[in-house]
Design a binder for this molecule. Structure first.
Ligand code: CMP
Length: 139
């Protein structure tokens, strides 16, 4: 049993499809053990995506991630990091497999509806960037 960090992004909150995304998560045996709807500050978004600071899409990414509410989540289950990456599908929805969140909902490579941690180590870092341990309540 382990955990991953998830963000349901502004394109999804904007279109009222967070329930549909949560259903896909739960149908795949991941449990939402923490969840908050927040508005990211520029500072927080830049800190979270610091690894992409030199990328050409960085400024657009920060504009987008601060453009509306996001839902931040901790997901728990067997192989949570790997499993959620599979359920999300490729970063670019054009390459995402049938049945994935991004294939179903993402608009383009930037407005791709969800973020998930890419490793166990980053999951721990990302979770603690947004949540205190006492806010995470397992079944
Ligand atoms: P995410 O998995 O949250 O990680 C970085 C985000 O940058 C990515 O999802 C997209 O929302 C956004 N992005 C925009 N352009 C690109 C790109 N060319 N390659 C990767 N990510 C991109």
């Amino acid at each position: 049993m382990n955990r991953t960090f998830s963000i349901i992004k502004p394109d999804a909150t904007q279109r009222n499809i967070t329930g549909s995304i949560n259903k896909i998560i739960e149908d795949n045996n991941l449990t939402i053990v923490a969840q908050k709807r927040i508005k990211l500050s520029r500072e927080k978004a830049e800190g979270f995506y610091a690894i992409h600071k030199e990328k050409p899409f960085f400024n657009d990414l920060i504009d987008y991630m601060t453009s509306g509410p996001v839902i931040i989540q901790v997901l728990e289950g067997d192989n949570a990091v790997e499993k959620y990456r599979k359920i999300m599908g490729s970063t670019n929805p054009e390459n995402a497999e049938e049945g994935t969140i991004r294939k179903k909902h993402a608009l383009n490579i930037q407005e791709n509806s969800v973020h998930g941690s890419d490793s166990e180590e980053n999951a721990k870092i990302e979770i603690s960037f947004f949540f205190n341990e006492n806010e995470i309540i397992s079944n």
